[in-house]
Write a protein that binds this ligand. Structure first.
Ligand code: ADP
Length: 481
C-alpha cells in the first residue's frame, strides 16, 4: 500500500486540500508516497502553532533543548539505512550518498545539541562602578524554513537544528519532490520528545503556501535555500514585511587545474565534484579551467573516467550516477545540452539524456569544450552532470575566468604550489575554497555560504548559524547604594 504523507501542525498530522504523487525518478511509474498537499490556510495555522509554542520552548533550558536534539540524532542514526533508502527512492542520488547525507544530518543534530552548552553571551566592563553590563543571545522567534530537494535531509537539519537549539520555533516547508524524507526527520524529532507546535511541517507547493510563510505577521525570520529567482523574490517580500531573511542559492563553481597539479587527484576530484549526485548540488563543479600545457592529457583522462562511471538505478551498489530528480529537471538539463551545441560546444563525453531499461530521467556525465567563456552554458547554473572545460594561459587568467560569473559559492584549485594556493584562496570570490579537493563536500562545524549572487551574505552551519537564529539583548544592571 502506498504511504500517505501529511503535514504536521501543532502536534497533529493534518489532511491537505488535494493529493500529489511522490515519484521515483529512476522508475517514474513507481509512486513512492502520496502527499496530502496543504493550502494557504493550513500554512497560516502552522505559523500560529509555532507562535503559540514559542514562549514555553524559549523558556525551556537550552541544555534540555539539546537533550531532545541528541535523542533525535540517536533515533535517526538507528534508522539511517531505511531513511537513506527512502531518500534515494524519491530523490535519486545513490544509496551510498543518501546514507552518507542522513549520517551527516545525525552529526548536525549532535553538533547543535552540543552548542546548547556553549556560552550564550558576553559580559563587558562598564564605565560606571555600579553597573553590571552584559549582552546575551536570545531566539528570534518563529522561523520559516524553506528547503530544496537536492539535500532533503542535510539542509533541513542544518537549518532546523540550530533554530531549535537556540530556542526558536519552526515552520518547515520542504520541497514538494521530497516529502517522505521530510517526514522521517520530523518523526525522529517527535519521537525524541519535541513538544507540539515547536516544529511544524507544511507539505505544500511553494507557489501556494510560500507567501504565507514569508509575509505572515507572526513570522520573524525566513531561512531559504533554493533557486536565485525564488530566493530574490522572497527576499524582497521578506524585507518589505520587516523580516530577517537568509538566502543560499546557486553556484557556477570553478575548478582550476594548474600545470603542476597531481593529475590523478585532479581528474578524480573534478569528476566527483561535477558528476556525483548527477551534478545536482549548489556546490557542484560546473566550470573546469585548465592550464593549456596539460589540457590535452587532462581532458582525455577526465572523459575516460566520466565514461567509466556506471549510470544506473541508484539503489544498485555499483552505480556512481543516478537519475535527475524529475522530468522538469531533465527537460531543463537537456535544454542546456542542446544550447551547448548551438553555442559551438563539442562534447568529449555524454551530451545526451537517456533511459535505463526504458525509463528514468538520466543524463550521462557530460564534458563540453570549445565554449566561449561568456556563453550561457559557461555562465548559468545547469544543475546536472555537465562540466564546461575552459583553457587558461596562466594562473592569473585562470583566476580571472574563475571569478567571471555572477556567482561565488565554492571554488577548487589543483596545484602543488603553496604560494599559488594561498594566492588563490585570497583572490577567489567564493565563500568556500578547496585546495586539491572537489568543490562540493562540506563539513558541518565550519561556516558555509556564498559571495555575490550565491547568497544574501549570511553564513550557515557551525557557530556561524547563531548569528541568524538569535539576536543580541544588552542588559545594564545597577547596584543600588
Ligand atoms: P529548486 O527547485 O531548484 O530547489 P526552488 O527555488 O524552486 O529551487 O525551490 C526551493 C524551495 O522554495 C522549495 O521548497 C520550493 O517549494 C520553495 N518555493 C518555490 N516557490 C516559492 C515561493 N513563491 N515562495 C516561497 N517558497 C517557494
Amino acid at each position: 500500500m502506498t504511504v500517505e504523507l501529511r503535514s504536521y501542525i501543532g502536534g497533529a498530522w493534518r489532511d491537505g486540500v488535494r493529493l500529489s504523487d511522490d515519484l521515483n525518478p529512476a522508475h517514474p511509474s513507481e509512486v513512492v508516497a502520496r502527499t496530502a498537499l496543504a493550502g494557504a490556510e493550513l500554512a497560516a495555522e502552522a505559523v500560529q502553532a509555532a507562535r503559540s509554542a514559542f514562549a514555553a520552548w524559549r523558556a525551556t533550558p537550552a541544555p534540555a533543548r539539546g537533550d531532545i536534539l541528541r535523542k533525535a540524532a540517536e533515533l535517526l542514526e538507528e534508522r539511517v539505512e531505511s531513511v537513506g533508502r527512502d531518500l534515494t527512492r524519491e530523490e535519486g542520488k545513490t544509496l551510498a550518498e543518501a546514507i552518507g547525507e542522513t549520517r551527516r544530518a545525525v552529526s548536525i543534530l549532535r553538533y547543535y545539541a552540543g552548542q546548547t552548552l556553549e556560552p550564550d553571551g558576553e559580559t563587558y566592563p562598564s564605565s560606571s562602578r555600579v553597573t553590571f553590563l552584559y549582552a546575551r543571545r536570545e531566539p528570534v522567534g518563529v522561523v520559516s524554513v524553506i528547503t530544496p530537494w537536492n539535500f532533503p535531509i542535510a539542509i533541513p537539519a542544518w537549518k532546523i537544528a540550530p533554530a531549535l537549539a537556540y530556542g526558536n520555533t519552526v515552520v518547515w516547508k520542504p520541497a514538494e519532490l521530497v516529502p517522505l524524507t521530510a517526514v522521517h526527520l520530523v518523526q525522529a524529532l517527535l519521537d525524541a520528545g519535541l513538544p507540539p507546535g515547536v516544529l511544524n511541517l507544511v507539505l505544500g507547493k511553494g507557489s501556494e503556501v510560500g507567501d504565507i510563510l514569508v509575509t505572515h505577521p507572526e513570522v520573524d525570520a525566513i531561512t531559504f535555500t533554493g533557486s536565485n529567482v525564488v530566493g530574490r523574490a522572497l527576499q524582497h517580500k521578506a524585507i518589505e514585511h520587516g523580516k530577517k531573511v537568509q538566502l543560499e542559492m546557486g553556484g557556477k563553481n570553478p575548478a582550476v587545474v594548474l600545470a603542476d597539479a597531481n593529475l590523478d587527484v585532479a581528474v578524480e576530484q573534478v569528476a566527483r565534484g561535477a558528476f556525483l549526485s548527477a551534478g545536482q548540488k549548489c556546490t557542484a563543479t560546473s566550470r573546469v579551467i585548465v592550464e593549456r600545457a596539460i589540457l590535452p592529457e587532462f581532458q582525455e583522462r577526465l572523459a575516460a573516467l566520466a565514461q567509466s562511471w556506471k549510470l544506473g538505478d541508484p539503489l544498485e551498489p555499483d552505480t556512481r550516477v543516478g537519475p535527475l530528480v524529475s522530468e522538469d529537471q531533465l527537460q531543463k538539463v537537456s535544454g542546456y545540452l542542446q544550447l551547448a551545441r548551438r553555442e559551438g560546444g563539442r562534447f568529449l563525453a555524454g551530451g545526451e539524456a537517456t533511459t535505463i531499461n526504458g525509463e528514468g530521467y538520466y543524463v550521462r556525465p557530460s564534458i563540453v569544450t570549445d565554449l566561449d567563456q561568456g556563453s550561457h552554458v559557461a555562465q548559468e547554473e545547469i544543475f546536472g552532470p555537465v562540466a564546461a572545460l575552459l583553457p587558461a594561459a596562466s594562473f592569473e587568467e585562470a583566476v580571472a575566468l574563475a571569478n567571471a560569473t555572477p556567482f561565488g559559492l565554492s571554488a577548487s584549485l589543483f596545484t602543488n604550489n603553496l604560494s599559488l594556493a594561498l594566492r588563490f584562496a585570497s583572490e577567489i570570490q567564493a565563500g568556500v575554497v578547496k585546495i586539491n579537493q572537489e568543490s562540493a563536500g562540506l563539513e558541518f562545524q565550519v561556516p558555509f555560504g556564498g559571495m555575490k549572487d550565491s547568497s544574501s551574505g549570511s553564513r550557515e552551519q557551525g557557530k556561524a548559524a547563531r548569528e541568524f537564529f538569535t539576536q543580541w539583548k544588552t542588559v545594564y544592571i545597577d547596584q543600588l547604594p
